[in-house]
Design a protein around this ligand. Structure first.
Ligand code: TRP
Length: 370
């Protein structure tokens, strides 16, 4: 791999500084959101690379539902172009978009409330066109030092880096700014992209519309839920087989959890440092039942890994039951899923057309046509 794509100490230092500052701003927004939900335009989303699992559910989806319930308008981008950054085949994208929408509906995101919209960015040409003016505001050196891009290049084992992988953080800025999103609920790994989005917004405003800023400078909204690990104690990911998908049956869930990693000590205690796998399973029970992980551990006592896994299976299946029921109902009606997407795309396009018009005007490219 080219050396410039290896993570170095400067990258790491910048990353922690960004994290600290973003956390501070995120806390202030969490405090204000319930009081002033109408101030916030929320934009977030993911790449449609497969059905969503409980890592997504507890890490981001439940947060989105919470924000939706507070009354903020929420746009969710299904970033289908971005799927191709680290793989060649688009074969599964169609199915995955459908599956992801079912997972959103299952989790409780509600496109019938008039405030929640799902769209695929491939269907919003005016959003994609923002890429051109935005590319002009970013240097190649800035793209070179994006730690998340570097990590993805490493994880995918890429020998060559295609220009989409290199530039997708600019595309992500277009995803956020096309609708003037000012709050972006994301995990820590997405903060470098958000930093770039903030720079693009500021630079565009400074250069082309200093009197009357076109774009807000968006903030990340971080979740305080600790990272959920896979059943083997490693990062949760489909390719490792260590995940529980929202769409699994209770039996499939029980089977995966039977294989979960624990340790040799039969006495169950909550000790995240010395017993990370056991602690992860306890935390999952705690998320589902609302009981503190220490109390869950005490109740299991010396019942061992078997009792722990049985308790988790029961708690998780009960927690997921209403979501799975909703998912199954919508899965029987593909026409509805399509309709939800069609409406989301239509609404996103309205926003994108209006923003692009403003952008052209600010850049002296309206040519008297609007
Ligand atoms: N890069 C994000 C991910 O891999 C997905 C994404 C695309 C996104 N556009 C976005 C997230 C805009 C937040 C805002 O998960």
């Amino acid at each position: 791999m080219e050396e410039k794509f290896l993570l170095n100490n400067d990258d790491r230092e910048r990353e922690s500084a960004t994290f600290l500052e973003s956390s501070r701003r995120s806390q202030a927004i969490w405090a204000d959101l319930p009081k002033n939900p109408q101030k916030y335009r929320v934009l977030t989303g993911e790449r449609p690379t497969g059905p969503l699992h409980i890592g997504h559910l507890f890490g981001t989806l439940s947060n989105r539902v919470k924000i939706q319930e507070l009354g903020a308008t929420t746009f969710i981008v299904i970033a289908d172009y971005q799927v191709l950054t680290d793989r060649d085949s688009a074969d599964a994208v169609g199915t995955n978009v459908h599956e992801v929408i079912l997972d959103y509906l299952a989790a409780g995101l509600d496109p019938e409330n008039g405030r929640t919209f799902f769209f695929s960015h491939s269907h919003v040409p005016e959003l994609n066109q923002l890429l051109l003016p935005f590319m002009n505001l970013v240097t190649t050196a800035e793209l070179d030092r994006n730690p998340t891009v570097k990590e993805e290049i490493r994880a995918a084992g890429l020998k060559q880096v295609n220009a989409l992988m290199y530039t997708y953080p600019i595309h992500q800025a277009a995803d956020i700014l096309f609708c003037k999103g000012n709050v972006v609920p994301v995990g820590r790994d997405q903060l470098p992209h958000l930093e770039l989005t903030r720079k693009i917004a500021r630079r565009f405003n400074d250069r082309f519309s200093p009197e009357n800023p076109v774009f807000p400078v968006p903030d990340a909204l971080l979740s305080d839920i600790p990272l959920v690990l896979g059943t083997d104690g490693q990062k949760m990911s489909k390719s490792r087989g260590n995940t529980i998908m929202i769409r699994m049956t209770p039996e499939e869930t029980a089977k995966v959890l039977k294989g979960a990693k624990t340790d040799a000590d039969r006495n169950i205690t909550y000790d995240p440092v010395n017993r990370p796998e056991v602690a992860n399973l306890l935390r999952l029970i705690s998320i589902c039942t609302g009981e503190a992980p220490e109390a869950v551990a005490a109740a299991i006592g010396d019942g061992g890994g078997g009792r722990l896994k049985a308790a988790l299976t029961e708690a998780l299946n009960a927690y997921l039951a209403p979501m799975r029921e909703r998912r199954a109902r919508h899965a029987k009606d593909p026409g509805y899923v399509k309709d939800v997407l069609r409406r989301g795309v239509a609404r996103a396009r309205e926003e994108a057309v209006a923003t692009l018009e403003q952008v052209r005007k600010a850049m002296n490219m309206d040519h008297g046509l609007h």
